[in-house]
Design a protein around this ligand. Structure first.
Ligand code: ASP
Length: 595
């Protein structure tokens, strides 16, 4: 139906006849001449109708925003002074000779021809219109270029694209499963995969050697952060490799992706041990563009009379850390109060600080409500340790280690943004040497990565599991985890040891993961892999504010689809077929659960 895309016409088409199809982006009537901006996925072309051709002129007069039309006309140079240098087609216009109305359109719920601050609910309800906006179309196009780039790269490196099932058994990645009832096996359920983890490992046992898949994963999590219940991973696994065999090609892939699609040369990827990342940045996904660091001061305050500091300083599970903010002395009382509220979100009970007015005056040159509790000696020692300068502000966190890390880690990032202290555009890194496990308050161990990650030392795993390090690695960019993976366990005995450490007894392990344990017995090669979060990668590359903006049809924060109204109720017959009887859930009980 068309000879060109609207966005594709330019000076090389002058005097040619073209046929364009698209949506009426805007219609203007200028002294008896009608201008239609015609839009398709490639851009916008200006089409002019004048009264010399009465029939198309009248049709053009009747079209409205978002009508679907086909036009035929001749490309000509725009009259001098009317060119639009901001538009790729801005040097030319089409003199319309024919117009066919292909479809009318109701008035859209929000204008598509200009930026308007529409609530996200409305955008999601009318997503098919929202996606018409050039900005959203451009993001989808970019995403498609990313996936095709990645496919080409991995194909070139002899990775094989293999699909794995969506109806499967639980794969533990630390979230709740989405369950699907089985009609043919009453009372039994499939789980949607939290990742293809076990299948890709089984493919290694099968000899696939190098696998990849752009795979949908499902995790029923509370969606506080910018997460989605279904999201896409670029999932990779390879046999006969060590850490380098995965990290090196993946780093190359990301580096070349940025070079090719964004013309960005990423700096070197430093490797940072997990313990160091937590110590210096309070986070295992540090934003290295921010030049602020946490400094431990527990030893300096362990014997002061100030319980708020000495308590955590003497607790093996506590931490006392300082965060020096150069020139932070300019912060107002109100700003400091706001930051105090901010760290409260992470469980911090307060936010102590010292203002450094004049270092040369010693204690006299400082200003803080806590100095009288800390005493001069400890205060001076802190000032020395953080190498305070005139004009600085020093914030403190004193609590359980994880509270301090989360609170000061988040504060560090927030200050970096608020005070405009971001250095450079891109700061990638690898975080390595993760612990195998995390201990909860009850002393129970949980896998930090997932239970299939290999330990650095089998002996350590046996004797001091809580301290054992794993062979896991995460790729981090600008404070966002882009991907993560590990070298896997490839022998049954070690796998059983990890299950045991996690409190999964042999019988349960057999029942849940019997197929994996069997596979490990039949000649499993050493192997490892990683998965990138595609949505986050595209979000970072496009500068979008949320992963919802790079997912064509995302769910809301409460995991619903406003457009299709999913999840929805099903009729009694379907439930009966599935042998399901619903327990009456009171509306307010439901509300409480969600709250
Ligand atoms: N399956 C892991 C995840 O989803 C990635 C990996 O270990 O390859 O995080």
């Amino acid at each position: 139906m068309r000879s060109h895309y609207c966005g594709g016409i330019n000076e090389t088409h002058i005097d040619q006849e073209v046929t364009l199809c698209g949506w009426v982006h805007r219609r203007r009537d200028h002294g008896g001449v009608i201008f239609l901006d015609l839009r398709d996925r490639d851009g916008i072309a200006q089409v002019v109708f004048d009264p010399d051709t009465p029939e198309p002129f009248e049709k053009a007069d009747r079209v409205r925003s978002e009508y679907v039309i086909q036009i035929r006309g001749r490309v000509r140079r725009r009259p001098e002074g009317t060119e639009n240098p901001n538009m790729p087609t801005g040097q030319v216009e089409v003199l319309g000779k024919d117009l066919e109305l292909l479809n009318a359109a109701a008035t859209p719920p929000f204008p598509l021809d200009e930026y308007s601050d529409v609530g996200e609910d409305v955008r999601l309800r009318y997503r098919f219109l929202d996606l018409r906006r050039p900005e959203m179309l451009e993001r989808m196009r970019f995403r498609s270029r990313v996936t095709s780039y990645i496919r080409n790269f991995l194909d070139g490196q002899e990775f094989m694209d293999v699909e794995t099932p969506v109806l499967t058994r639980a794969t533990p990645e630390g979230a709740r499963d989405y369950l699907v009832p089985s009609r043919t096996h009453p009372g039994s359920f499939f789980a949607l995969p939290q990742s293809p983890q076990l299948f890709k490992q089984l493919l290694m046992v099968s000899g696939v050697d190098r696998y990849y898949q752009i795979a949908k994963c499902f995790r029923d999590e509370d969606l506080r952060a910018d997460r989605q219940p279904e999201f896409t991973q670029v999932d990779v696994e390879a046999s006969f490799v060590d850490e380098e065999g995965i990290m090196a090609p993946m780093e190359t892939m990301i580096r070349e992706l940025f070079r090719d699609l964004l013309k960005v040369e990423l700096p070197a990827f430093p490797r940072i041990a997990y313990a160091e990342a937590m110590r210096r940045y309070g986070s295992d996904k540090p934003d290295l563009r921010i030049p602020l660091e946490l400094v431990d001061v527990a030893d300096l305050v362990a014997s002061v009379d100030f319980k708020v500091f000495s308590g955590p300083a003497n607790n093996p599970k506590g931490r006392v850390a300082a965060l020096r903010v150069p020139n932070g002395g300019e912060l107002t009382r109100k700003q400091i109060d706001d930051y105090t509220k901010f760290v409260g979100i992470y469980g911090a009970k307060g936010l102590a600080y010292i203002k450094v007015n004049d270092v040369s005056q010693g204690i006299e040159g400082l200003q803080s409500p806590i100095i009288k509790f800390l005493g001069d000696e400890a205060t001076k020692a802190i000032i020395d340790r953080v190498e305070a300068q005139d004009g600085d502000l020093i914030f403190f966190g004193a609590d359980k280690t994880n509270v301090v890390n989360e609170a000061l880690g988040a504060l560090r990032v927030k200050l970096g943004h608020d005070l405009d202290r971001i250095e450079g555009d891109w700061a990638p890194c690898w975080v390595v040497d993760f612990p195998m496990f995390e201990e909860d308050d009850a002393g129970k161990l949980h896998a930090l990565h997932h239970p299939f990650t290999a330990p650095v030392s089998a002996e350590e795993l046996d004797t001091k599991p809580a301290e054992a390090l794993s062979r896991a690695y995460d790729m981090v960019l600008n404070g966002t985890e882009l991907g993560g993976g590990s070298i896997r366990i490839h022998d049954e005995k070690t796998q059983q040891t990890v299950f045991r450490s996690l409190g999964i007894e042999e019988e349960e392990a057999r029942e849940k993961f019997g197929f994996l344990l069997d596979a490990l017995k039949y000649g499993c090669p050493p192997h490892g892999g990683l998965a990138f979060g595609l949505d986050r990668l595209v979000m970072l590359m496009t500068g979008a504010g949320s992963i919802r903006d790079v997912i064509p049809f995302p769910k809301t924060q409460s995991a619903t689809c406003l457009m299709t109204d999913a999840p929805g109720e099903v009729d009694e017959k379907q439930l009966r077929e599935l042998n399901i009887r619903l327990r009456k859930v009171q509306k307010d009980e439901q509300g409480k659960k969600e709250g």
